[in-house]
Each structure stands twice: as structure tokens, then as C-alpha cells.
Design a protein around this ligand. Sequence first.
Ligand code: GNR
Ligand code: NI
Length: 142
Amino acid sequence: VARVDERVRELIRDMFDTMYESEGIGLAATQVGVGKRVIVVDVSPADQAASPIALVNPEIVGREGEMTTCMEGCLSVPGVQGEVTRSEGVVVSGLNENGEPVTLRADGILARCLQHEIDHLDGVLFIDRIPSPIPVPPASAK
Ligand code: GNR
Ligand code: NI
């Protein structure tokens, strides 16, 4: 994204709407058919201190702590979950919705979600990072 203008801000608003409607904790523009480097994340109430974050041109500029393994799912890969190994902490730089440079340090579920969303911008899905995704039976099969 060369410039954070009103069109980008509208995309961000639409992405938050889609994310909350889908009950996801993050969304990348690539998931809604838009080839721009834009992500939105809101991991609350899982992390009570968290709030909605939108990042344009996000970049992982640092990694911290151990590698940790956690169950993940993805709105773009319905019915599949898998254990993905990622950095416990990351430092991410980018632009906020006003085009101002921001850097944030995250760990836990927020760090995991940021890594998952930035992967989407590079065309990488969580199933590309695991040997054996586990199919989850649809609710109707239970
Ligand atoms: O809603 C989502 N939950 C989730 C859980 C563990 C790790 C990553 C995620 S992101 C996912 C929404 C999504 O697919 N974003 O791209
Ligand atoms: Ni996803």
C-alpha cells in the first residue's frame, strides 16, 4: 500500500465488520479478495487488555522467546485445525489507519494471530506449516 487513504480506511472498516461477523480474531485483505497488505486483529476477550488493531504493510521486525505450538484454525480453511509452531513473541512494524508508523510488541495469542495474518499476505496458510492438518467433523455429523 503506497498511501493510507480513505479507500484503505474503508477497506479496514469492512474487514473489521467481516471479522466480527465471522467470529474470527483476525483477518487479512487477501482473504476477502483484496491484494493489499492490510490486516485487522482483535483477540479480546481472550486477552482482556487487547483492542482492535489495523495494520497496513505489517512486517515482523523481531522475534522473541521460545517457539510455541498451539491449535489454529482459519476462516479460509473451514473444518480444519492443526498444531502450528510459531514464535512466542514478535515485534511488528507497519502503518496504522492514519498512515502513521507504529511498532508493537506482542506475545501469546496476539503474537500468534499477527504471524498468521502476515502469512496470509504472503499466500501462506497455517496448513502449509504443519505436517498433518486434522479435519474437524461438521456439527451435523455429531
Ligand atoms: O479466528 C481465527 N482464530 C485463530 C486461532 C488461532 C490462530 C489463528 C487464528 S486466526 C483465525 C481467523 C483467520 O483465519 N484469520 O486469518
Ligand atoms: Ni486465517
